[in-house]
Design a binder for this molecule. Sequence first.
Ligand SMILES: *Cc1c(COP(=O)(O)O)cnc(C)c1O
Length: 396
Amino acid sequence: MSFQNPVFIPGPTNIPESLRKACDMPTIDHRSPLFGTILHPAREGVRKVMKSTSAEVFIFPCSGTGGWEATLTNTLSPGDTVLAARNGMFSHKWIDMCQRFGLNVMVEDVTWGEGLPVDRFAEILTADTEHKISAVLATHNETATGVTSDVEGLRKALDAAGHPALLFVDGVSSIGSIDFRFDEWGVDAAVTGSQKGFMLPSGLAILGMSTKAMEARKTAKLPRTFFSLDDMLTGYAASAYPYTPSVGLMNGLNEACKMLLEEGLENVFARHHRIAEGVREAVRAWGLDICAASPDLYSNTVTAIRTPEGFDASTIVAHAAQAYGVAYGTGLGDVAGKVFRIGHLGSLTDVMALSGIATAEMCMVDLGLDIKLGSGVAAAQEYYRAKPARTQKAAA
Ligand SMILES: *Cc1c(COP(=O)(O)O)cnc(C)c1O
């Protein structure tokens, strides 16, 4: 592999120079007041990126998966019922975690490539007149299939049913890249990590909790120690942590929030949409199918591309790494061998995207697929020329 080429995996994403520098700092005493000058602005920055004025933000030194665990253990008790849909590897893994914690998970299985079944959830919630369901889990952007689900619609379904269940959202591959509205959508827990939209190395789980979710922790009986929000709040009140925080990463997070807010969240989302559209134009020109079942589900952070029947899509990923030193995402779970993924989130420009499209094309031609060199690149070029980026400045 090459250290020079950008990566086209849907996380970890490319790290802008300014953020690498922000993470690279001398040791400071995390029990001194100096730490507060990193901690508090980072929490405030995350709150803004999540479009919230009231969310209680927590930052744990672990990967995003820890954010799922922090959410569940602080709000639920063994035997509690949660409702979730399985439409890809990440929603599957969150369900698996719930089951391992002894929660009763009502699983709605949907075809991978489909979104969260809002109508079906509406029926289930309406039928649950005794309010047995304590929480609804939603994977906003299913990274395995490149599908963005309708969290706003889910909130409306909860409200229409008059159902008090908590709404937990996995926003790991959407927050900071795809529009996410914590307050407006009535999200109770939003989970993300440092290595996707925030463009940092992996190592921080980032969590936003609503007042209602914070209340739930008072009766929740699942055990938590490392992920105790109470311990964390005690720490935050003293500008400190219950253990040793990842200070460099948090400094990077503070800087990442500034970058995103300076570019403007709407511009960030528009940039992701543009770049994604160029990639999708390329896929169309190749004559291949997008895994996401319909355009309303297309993800602006990752595109999973179906390869022809009988062709092992994972060979593209292996060949790209070996021959060109470029990384793409492989197919996971139900779609293993059937799709490869182009990640297009975080610090990315048209020029970078074009190089990813061009290299994917070389790989597919090398491996004997009936694709014309330059066809996808030309389609993306046409798109990018027609819709020039006005806000590329802060993109990389
Ligand atoms: C990457 C990802 C995760 C897992 O995050 P880790 O930081 O690897 O623990 C969870 N959910 C989604 C949707 C993701 O894309």
